[in-house]
Design a protein around this ligand. Sequence first.
Ligand code: M6R
Length: 634
Amino acid sequence: MCGIVAVIGSREAAPLLLGGLKQLEYRGYDSAGLATVASRENADFGLMTCQRAKGKLANLAALVEKGGAEGFLGIGHTRWATHGKPEERNAHPHRDTASEIAVVQNGIIENYRSLKEELEAEGVVFNSETDTEVIPHLIARELKSLELESSVKTGAMLLSAVQKVSLQLTGAYAIAVIWSKTPEALVVARKQAPLLIGLGEGEFLCASDTPALAGFTRTILPMEDGEVALLTPLGIELYDAQGIRQQRSPTLLSGSDYVTDKRNFRHYMLKEIHEQPEIAELWVSRHLPEGLSVDTPVAFPFDNSFYQGIERVQILACGTSRHAALVGAYLLEQFSGIPTSVFYASEFRYAAPPLMPNTLTIGVTQSGETADTLAALLMEATRRTEHGDPAFASRQLGVTNRPESSLARQVPNILDIGAGMEVGVAATKTFLGQLFAFYGLALMFAARRKSRSQEEILNLTNELRAVPGQLRLLVKKHDQISEELAPHFANIQDVIFLGRGINYPIALEGALKLKEISYIHAEGYPAGEMKHGPIALLDPSVPVISIAMPGVVFDKVLSNAQEAKARDAQLIGIAPEGPDTKIFDSLLPLPKVSEWISPLFSVIPMQLLSYHIAAHRGLDVDQPRNLAKSVTVE
Ligand code: M6R
């Protein structure tokens, strides 16, 4: 994880670095740091200054404000701790023994232990527990031997040293390197971790992700895997992993909305929950406009060939995106009749099922940067190419909120969920966007395969069209109900979430939301599974939140809820009002919608309840401990 920025040009680097890091803080906020090298214009020409602070970026900004960070060349970092505790000594940048070389890194150097042992044997003393610190020491070693050949210090020397060191590193990483002896050279490199170069007027800003570049330039050059670049005020020299010079034209950053205004909400998460009706409306107007034929019920950017010949679907995702995928799998199987499997991307990478022909692989990731999902998709594409049989050819689709992300550069077909920038670490509106994407796919596949009648397709389409208006009322109502309910969770330690069928993934999502922002232990179960063990956990101190929507499993869910009630559990229902749902001690009422579209509604009270419980506890809702918005390490 972590976010890196690097700048070289003709303006003070520190403010640019801090601005970029602010946009990358979603990638980690355990510590932050920057290093600059004083330019010719400064009295201290060539002096490297390194400032680091534990905790959020604001701590670093306060340090920088006191002065010291001068120069037009600099690198910055915001950390999500992997190797070493979140302490200042483990904060980036890391430096060599002489403090002449500074490095920031995003990713993991897998062979750092053996490299560290080798360096220690040569007398190098390490100051941190990180994997990163080996890099400046290795570069220093390479530079030492290059300096024997020439006494002139050049950017080309730094480039060459980084190229040599890159060959010694294994793992997935992106790095930015500066050397106090070359105040007009910046070297950046990437291997299986994103890094983009933003091109300004006589200046460059490199960053892990596009939001950090948006205020600087819209002209970008995404680095390809294995590439190393030397940046000077005069231009870019780009090399591939074999050291061969590359020529590529920059591209324009697409018009994504990077506005991260909290409006009048207390937290981004609450604002994002309230944006969901708008997102639903936008999705419906874009993809379900009136006048589409029943054969093509959804306006998607794919032609016929995309849907043709697909016999099965496999979906790879993590976290909340995986829960959306589980709803998607239910829809694709039960509505459209396509066998569909969902995998944790992190498991799929090392235990993929045997290849089956005519399979569509869907990667779901709101950020488009999740390392496990990207690697699983790549692995799947590679093994299918190696198979050689056209029936096994790779057919991939990415569902994302970031159409300019690494996913979009890796996968040939993209569905943009169009939810707008999500700042809260807990995914809410992007989950809704992902669900809508799957409703669209289910309708399209059902229409193409004729697995549903025209009437059924039309009914689902019309139900989806009515969702935005219903959601508007629901969000408002549940914001208030949840706020009132939250104080009752003040001393709660464990919560059980139950759901069945299409709402089972919503029970999983409810538990994940509560865990990640309120730090209350929560489990989601298929309601029918409780009696096989977890029911032993129940007593009056464990609330059970049960989703009961009229449909194929309605009566079953109510029976399962009764079983919990018989063990004195406090029962909270997410269900429509009516005689059947009187069994609940409290009710979070939903409109009487069809079971097919019910997840679009049942998730709302889950999100709001988690939010209000965490806010009531005074927790950092938008940046919960130990988490990051985008998980770019394995
Ligand atoms: O960016 P992605 O959708 O690939 O992220 C996947 C998970 O890391 C993410 O959903 C995570 O579980 C969130 N914290 C959920 O709120």
